[in-house]
Design a protein around this ligand. Structure first.
Ligand code: 6PG
Length: 230
């Protein structure tokens, strides 16, 4: 695992965009990019759209999604489209908008098989970009929810009581099979969870993915790194 610490969120976004760009260059024509929502990655996606890359060989997909209509400002794929995919000739596979979230997750799981290669163990994502919540969630895998325990599916819809809403999320086994895993974390309010995940013995969803990932990199700004020991 690598940990990189930056003076501020802007420098973090610069470095994250450079790392993603380098990874795409090395991975085309099989570059798949799994993207999260949240506020931290937006600046990274906006920088990335200026990169001159073989975008037509890049396959984007959503790591998690909120159960709201396609144009809703809360929709992760709307943010990812606004920030990046509406500006480059790459495809973004979005979660279909249908009334039944379980059926939508089933359909998305089928569609993922058309963009991600299959290897021993199942579908194999390329680079995935994740954030971390102050409760240790990553993707829409919230501590204590059943979705965290799912081992026989790649993508699920689940009711999150704390949010009183449905969330779609890639499951632990799919995320743990990624070739590279990038965590982006910014802000003083994340300092405690960053220390807990990287140095504590808690079993947060973010910990389980980071520890099982074959190639994890954490890009953290100084504020979010404020409680790390070294
Ligand atoms: C979402 C996410 C989620 C996010 C974290 C961190 O839909 O909200 O995909 O897992 O990455 O909550 O979000 P911030 O970057 O906004 O702190």
């Amino acid at each position: 695992m690598r940990i990189r610490i930056f003076d501020d969120a802007a420098r973090l976004a610069d470095a994250a965009a450079q790392e993603i760009e380098a990874w795409i260059r090395l991975s085309t024509p099989d570059a798949s990019l799994g993207l999260s929502g949240g506020s931290t990655p937006r600046a990274t996606y906006e920088r990335l759209r200026r990169a001159r890359l073989p975008w037509d060989q890049v396959k984007g997909w959503m790591i998690d999604e909120r159960f709201v209509p396609p144009d809703d400002p809360d929709r992760n794929s709307k943010m990812v489209g606004d920030a990046l995919f509406d500006h480059v000739p790459a495809d973004l596979l979005t979660v279909p908008w249908i009334e039944d979230p379980i059926a939508a997750a089933d359909e998305y799981q089928r569609q993922l098989a058309t963009v991600l290669p299959r290897a021993a163990g199942g579908l194999k994502p390329g680079l995935i970009v994740l954030g971390v919540g102050t409760d240790g969630h990553t993707a829409s895998l919230f501590p204590g929810t059943e979705a965290v325990e799912v081992t026989d599916r790649d993508f699920v819809a689940h009711w999150v009581p704390r949010l009183e809403s449905w969330r779609f999320t890639a499951t632990m086994p799919l995320l743990q099979r990624a070739r590279r895993t990038m965590f982006l974390v910014s802000g003083a309010h994340k300092a405690q969870i960053v220390a807990d995940v990287l140095e504590g013995d808690g079993d947060y969803p973010a910990t389980q993915i980071s520890q099982e990932s074959r190639d994890a990199v954490w890009l953290i700004d100084r504020e979010a790194a404020g409680r790390l020991s070294a």
